[in-house]
Ligand binder design. Structure first.
Ligand SMILES: Cc1cc2nc3c(=O)[nH]c(=O)nc-3n(C[C@H](O)[C@H](O)[C@H](O)COP(=O)(O)OP(=O)(O)OC[C@H]3O[C@@H](n4cnc5c(N)ncnc54)[C@H](O)[C@@H]3O)c2cc1C
Length: 375
């Protein structure tokens, strides 16, 4: 079989692989994306599409998220990706939650954000909020896309406008330049980036094992159109104990102790609330977090009840009917939000290990491609 020649091969067609393909193709390099499935079908299309800046871990993650948000904002209109929502509202139901928001607002991460009085939040959100609402954080910094359509649109745009070649339904058996073996024959590439998501065993399994990764399974729901338009993505104060930009603040300890006592099942199931709205008015709602080296397919109904109960508490509305249910899995590390490894010359292995790939991927990929291709 004759081989095909490229400057860069990207293995994995999820958002992280596409981000690497973007930077290399934008720099004029010949790029091929090799993807096992007919199109991305993993975490990248199962997520909220929430391009989160607010609440990302202080420091590098927050910097990467702002860069990634800016890239999404620039390329979304060109790629035909609709930004469904801009901004974030996070409801607070206790003095402890307000204390965390106030502490957050005093950091550099709070720039441009506001603490709203309950009435102001209700006015901006078409009357949302439970009876115990005491305030809400608003941030203008976050974006939201509908991943199930945005990721295929991004891939199609890379192919049509930036000349990226896609080899789908193709498995890469190895990644060593200048000649890779794939299930559709050899591919010649001067450099390779491996973005395998939660596949830890096909390529460089020993290198990946050395990072001590595990996996997280999340439960997600799509609810029917509630008949009102959300002014932005919505979270509840459970998120203040999970997202490191808030939870690392000393004030978060008292809030976590309180919420753990009040909602033990939410903590047992790793439940916090994100609600995002799509063009059809439907709500993407989640999520739960269950950790295992091999997360099984069996998602506990209790976690779904916890998510829906939290929806009711945070919005003051009964959840609309469930239209869809799915789970997704991502890679997790205890000690880092992402890893970049160089298993051999001309190869980079890139795995986001914190459930933030849509929010940090373009920023990470920009650094990797600049270094690998000497741009
Ligand atoms: C339910 C859920 C909600 C989330 N919400 C958000 C959110 O709102 N915002 C956010 O920023 N992040 C979110 N995340 C995390 C985010 O989705 C991930 O960090 C991101 O999608 C990881 O992208 P990826 O490209 O590395 O992995 P994946 O999307 O898993 O893609 C990896 C691809 O590599 C392919 N592949 C692997 N090995 C090979 C091989 N040898 N040959 C060929 N192909 C191969 C696979 O087929 C797969 O398509 C969420 C995740 C989940 C599961």
């Amino acid at each position: 079989m004759s081989s095909k020649v490229f400057d860069l091969a990207v293995i994995g067609g999820g958002v992280i692989g596409l981000a690497h393909a973007y930077w290399a193709a934008k720099a004029g390099r010949r790029v091929v994306v090799i993807e096992r499935d007919a199109r991305a079908n993993g975490a990248s299309i199962r997520n909220f599409g929430f391009i989160t800046v607010t609440g990302q871990e202080r420091g590098d993650s927050w910097t990467l998220a702002r860069r990634t948000r800016d890239v999404w904002a620039e390329i979304a209109p060109k790629a035909g990706v609709r930004v469904e929502q801009a901004g974030l509202y996070l409801t607070a139901r206790s003095a402890e939650a307000v204390a965390v928001i106030e502490a957050f607002l005093k950091t550099e991460m709070g720039e441009g954000c506001r603490l709203l009085e309950p009435d102001a939040f209700r006015a901006e959100s078409n009357g949302l909020g439970g009876p115990d609402l005491v305030g809400a954080l608003h941030s203008p910094h976050d974006l939201r896309v509908e991943s199930r359509t945005a990721i295929p649109a991004l891939a199609a745009w890379l192919e049509a406008e930036l000349g990226v070649t896609f080899m789908t339904e193709t498995v890469a058996f190895d990644a060593a330049p200048p000649r890779l073996r794939t299930s559709r024959g050899p591919v010649e590439a001067g450099a390779v980036v491996v973005c395998p998501g939660e596949d830890f065993v096909t390529l460089y399994p020993q290198r990946i094992a050395a990072f001590g990764l595990t996996k997280c399974r999340l439960s997600m729901l799509k609810l029917a159109d509630p008949g009102l338009s959300l002014p932005g993505a919505l979270m509840s104060d459970l998120g203040l104990t999970r997202y490191r930009g808030y939870s690392a603040l000393p004030e978060a300890r008292a809030l976590e102790a309180k919420l753990r006592a009040e909602h033990p099942s939410c903590f047992a199931n790793g439940v916090h609330l994100i609600v995002a709205q799509g063009t059809d008015g439907g709500l993407i709602v989640g999520d739960s977090h269950h950790y295992d080296t091999l997360p099984g397919p069996f998602a506990p109904a209790e976690a779904e009840r916890d998510i829906l109960d939290e929806f009711q508490r945070a919005t003051g509305r009964a959840p609309p009917p469930v239209l869809e249910r799915w789970t997704g899995v991502y890679a997790v590390a205890d000690d880092r939000t992402y890893l970049v490894d160089a298993p051999e010359p001309g190869v980079r292995l890139v795995i986001v290990t914190s459930g933030t790939g849509a929010s940090t991927g373009f920023g990470i990929a920009e650094r990797v491609i600049t270094d690998l291709l000497g741009l």
